[in-house]
Design a binder for this molecule. Structure first.
Ligand SMILES: O=C(O)CCC(=O)C(=O)O
Ligand SMILES: [Fe+2]
Length: 178
């Protein structure tokens, strides 16, 4: 999908969004942060693995179909939520929402896996439901696009320094291991 078989894991994380309490993620492109880490090209994508069932009231991710084709949009540093990061400026985001297809709520049963490009515009709302929403994110980069780190890079648990390509197994090997 990234048009290069030499791919490594940029970082992994679990976003827990507890029942009643879990809060919003503002509209953003993941590449808004990763470009600042020193990755020259948006040759990056993320697997979202749902650890719990995910529905709209429970704070599902929303994605704007085709928005990766808009390219990178200059973000602003958003400090309005507990996770401070590079998000879309409000007026630009309103324009994009008005001129794009309806955002799609990415819902599914626990175990569902969704792969999305690092320039896809996405956000999620508050978890108003009675159930926790837990997601694993495994973000990947091509080895050729490894970051040119600046003088004060983010720590290696956010920007991995292990640039070894993941081994590729044939389908049969994967099925046997399972
Ligand atoms: O877990 C969410 O709802 C959003 C997470 C996200 O977009 C991110 O970690 O970049
Ligand atoms: Fe994101």
């Amino acid at each position: 999908m990234l048009k290069d078989d030499a791919v490594y894991v940029y970082h992994t994380k679990i976003n827990t969004k507890p029942a009643i309490e879990g809060t919003v993620w503002q509209w953003h492109q993941d590449y808004g942060s990763w470009m600042r880490d020193g990755c020259a090209r948006p040759d990056m994508a993320t697997f979202n693995v749902m650890m719990t069932d995910t529905n709209e009231m429970g704070g599902a991710l929303y994605m704007i179909p085709g928005s990766h084709k808009l390219g990178r949009i200059e973000p602003v540093y958003d400090e309005s939520t507990s996770y401070k990061f590079w998000a879309m400026p409000k007026q630009r985001m309103i324009e994009i929402l008005k001129s794009s297809p309806e955002p799609v709520a990415v819902t599914g049963r626990a175990g569902t896996c969704v792969l999305f490009h690092c320039n896809v515009l996405h956000a999620s709302g508050h978890n108003l439901s009675a159930d926790d929403r837990w997601h694993i994110y495994v973000s990947c980069n091509t080895v050729a696009n490894k970051p040119q780190l600046g003088p004060d890079p983010r720590p290696d648990w956010v920007v991995s320094r292990n640039w070894n390509a993941l081994p590729i197994e044939d389908d049969e090997g994967v099925l046997k291991a399972a």
